[in-house]
Every structure is written in C-alpha cells, then in structure tokens.
Design a protein around this ligand. Sequence first.
Ligand code: ATP
Ligand code: PH2
Length: 161
Amino acid sequence: MSRAVLSLGSNLGDRLANLRIAVDGLAEVLVAVSPVYETAAWGVTDQPDFLNAVCVVDDPGTDAWGWLRRGQALENAAGRVRELRWGPRTLDVDVVVVDDVVSSDPELVLPHPGTHERATVLIPWLDIDPEAIVPGRGRADALLAALDADGVRRRDDLELR
Ligand SMILES: Nc1ncnc2c1ncn2[C@@H]1O[C@H](COP(=O)(O)OP(=O)(O)OP(=O)(O)O)[C@@H](O)[C@H]1O
Ligand SMILES: Nc1nc2c(c(=O)[nH]1)N=C(CO)CN2
C-alpha cells in the first residue's frame, strides 16, 4: 500500500478549475480532499493570493516516485510552465509525505521540506487527518500551533467535489 498526502496550490488563471484538474485526475485514488483555503503568498510575497488544498490518496501501485510523476503530470495538464522559484503558477502539486518514507534526493525530498513551517499545508491537512504526523518533525497540530496562520482563510463557498 502507498498512501500519500499531496498539497495543491494555484494562483494563476482560474484557480479553482486548476485545483479541480488535480482532484479529478486523482479521483480513482482519492481518500479525502480538504476544504479550499485562500492564502496570502509566502516566499515571493508580491504575487496574487493562492488557493490551497490538500488531498490524501492511496494506491498500492504507486510508490513515492510515482506520486511525484503523477503530480507533475497534473501540473502539465493545468498548463504549468517552469518558472521562477516560489513564483506564480497555475498548479503546484507537492508530495508532502508518502507513508513514513524519508528521502533526501533533491528531486524527491520527503517529507516535503517546507511542510512543518507552512500553515497553508498543515491547516487543510489537519482538516482531513487530525492525527497527522510529519515524519521526523512530530504532530502536525503541534507544528501548526507554533506558526502564524494569519492570511489563511477558509473558502467554504468553493468546493472541489
Ligand atoms: N516532495 C516533493 N514534492 C514535489 N516536488 C519535489 C519534492 N521534493 C523535491 N521536489 C522537486 O522540486 C522541484 C519542483 O520544485 P518547484 O518549482 O515546484 O518548487 P516550488 O513549488 O517553487 O517550491 P517548494 O518546493 O518550496 O514548494 C522538482 O524538480 C521536484 O523534483
Ligand atoms: N500561500 C502560498 N504561497 C505560496 C505557495 C502556496 O502554495 N501558497 N506556493 C509557492 C510555491 O511553492 C510559493 N508561495
């Protein structure tokens, strides 16, 4: 079995439609999808707000590299072109965790290195898995408690499925 947590983000074009491309493309392996959040950009802050969400997916036939490739295929389907690091994008799919896999390969770092400091990932993840653990870092709820969650606003008017 391979259970993964994927983080979705979009701040260009039809943001909700872009997130839906990911969720629809994962439909057969989708365990849970979080509410949608509108979030102020971190990293490069001079760019439009993002929509962020998190999915839990499960597929015995997909390993950690397979989740990365599936995420990249979905980014391509949403018309993403390689651009500035932390810059605007139609769709970003980050592999947050895969089971308890730890990897330091630069092409696939697991857990995703930003996870423990990103309220934009931890908040939606906790909505669908209140017991979430970031391997090597601890409980997601404890990690979130140390962060500033201003600028992360739930959008219950936007639904992914
Ligand atoms: N866990 C991971 N999930 C997704 N991509 C990863 C992961 N670990 C390493 N990568 C690599 O990161 C690269 C993509 O980086 P990208 O441009 O999406 O970064 P970013 O989204 O701007 O920043 P960040 O990774 O901090 O969110 C790809 O080459 C991919 O192989
Ligand atoms: N709020 C928010 N800011 C970001 C995000 C994101 O998903 N949400 N992704 C980035 C590139 O990885 C850069 N900045």
